[in-house]
Design a binder for this molecule. Structure first.
Ligand code: NIG
Ligand code: FE
Length: 394
């Protein structure tokens, strides 16, 4: 147990100040030793408030067109998610709508979603492609994702998820599509500097572990990080393989077994839990939380915001669901959207409040960190600080 931690394991410092310059935390101290501030120096007043690292949503599919409320209704009338996917609905329904949308239309649709996350204390988000599935449409999605930074105060990282579903043009051969991803799409996305990481949906209704491996090897050859959607609907061993291949995170994990957990621990891979998708799909198989704790695998929590399985643009709602659905403690939930989320993105400059870290903060009208996982719908956010700059709006 950390000697500085309180009884719930937090490291809450009271009566303190941060010196921020050049967008970074330069020094932290208690008020006794507060530095003399020259008159006119800009100050951010957080008196009486709780300051946490800015929240990080490490897994979203925020850029898409179309609405899948009809499938929600179908599922509630008894048609399973996998059946809807086989009938050409599911991910492919969003692909059709997204292909038909222009960059301007996709941007207009994405802005309010990103703003909703920002209003909830989020300062960084990851956005995946994966509803284009052609070279041009995947690049279009990534360009829209990157350009969102001009409309909302957020740091954005992007992930190429061309291996999300088999597009109709390649229905005859998944292998050919994987080759197309490796030979054309990854090199183009990397050359245009549109992407930080590459993701694969490794599942019976999507791509095999061997296909994931090919994509990951190509991603590495282009200097890109890798991560996976693994063990969401069945256990194919994708998480363990992804971890061996250096994935920063594997995500979903309801069907992860002990060998998989062990592999994550061995390779330092983050387990990203997506309680929104679990809840919305009315999944009953729980991710192996106790094993993840036992093997000390860092657990991130993300929204997985998407039109099919997690239409929830609130990271504090995900913290609440991580606690109520997966029995995480509020402290684990907070780590899941800060330091562990940063690690899931391969970042070392965000997720903590410490000397030298980027000054991204969420300032809350709250007295205890547990409040952030507790109440939903009345966000206690007071304001955010991004690279040292205070933002009251989005
Ligand atoms: O993370 N699991 C695969 N991909 C998304 C779902 C996408 C969709 O249904 O549109 C997810 O849950
Ligand atoms: Fe996802």
């Amino acid at each position: 147990m950390d000697p500085d931690a309180d009884e719930q394991g937090y490291q809450v410092v009271t009566d303190s100040w941060l010196h921020i310059a050049d967008g970074k935390v330069q020094q932290i101290g208690t008020s006794e030793y507060a530095p003399k501030v020259k008159p006119g120096t800009p100050c951010i007043d957080a008196e009486g408030k709780l300051v946490t690292p800015g929240l990080i949503d490490a897994h979203t599919h925020l850029v898409f067109a179309g609405c899948r409320a009809n499938e929600f209704e179908q599922r509630l009338n008894g048609v399973p998610y996998t059946e809807i996917a086989k009938q050409g609905g599911g991910i492919l329904a969003s692909v059709t709508a997204t292909r038909n949308a222009t960059e301007a239309e996709l941007t207009a649709l994405a802005i309010p979603r990103a703003k909703a996350l920002a209003r909830d204390g989020v300062t960084s988000i990851e956005i995946k492609s994966g509803y284009g599935l052609t070279l041009n449409d995947e690049l279009k999605m990534l360009r829209v994702a990157k350009a969102l930074q001009q409309h909302v105060h957020l740091h954005i990282t992007t992930t190429l998820l061309a291996a999300h579903a088999l597009p109709p043009e390649f229905a005859h051969s998944a292998e050919e599509y994987i080759e197309h991803i490796c030979d054309e799409i990854i090199p183009a996305a990397a050359n245009e500097n549109l992407v930080d990481a590459v993701d694969v949906f490794c599942e019976k209704i999507a791509f095999s572990p061997a296909q994931m491996e090919k994509v990951f090897r190509t991603a590495h050859a282009h200097g890109l990080m890798v991560k996976g959607h693994t063990e969401q609907l069945s256990n194919l061993g994708g998480s363990a393989l992804a971890a061996e291949l250096g994935a920063t995170s594997v995500d979903h994990l309801e069907y992860l077994d002990e060998a998989g957990v062990q592999a994550l621990a061995t390779h330092g891979t983050v387990a990203t839990l997506l309680p929104g998708a679990f809840f919305f799909l009315r999944e009953t198989q729980q991710p192996p939380i106790d094993l993840l704790r036992q093997y000390q695998v860092p657990m991130a929590i993300a929204s997985d915001f998407n039109p099919g399985t997690s239409p929830y643009a609130s990271l504090t709602l995900m913290m609440n669901m991580a606690c109520t659905q997966f029995r995480l403690t509020p402290r684990e939930a907070l780590q899941g959207v800060t330091c562990h989320a940063a690690k899931a993105l391969g970042q070392t400059h965000t997720g903590y409040i410490a000397k030298g870290m980027q000054a991204d903060l969420a300032v809350w009208q709250a007295t205890s960190p547990a409040q952030l996982s507790y109440q939903v719908g009345t966000s206690p956010l007071a304001f955010r600080v991004i690279k040292g700059v205070q933002h009251h709006g989005e």
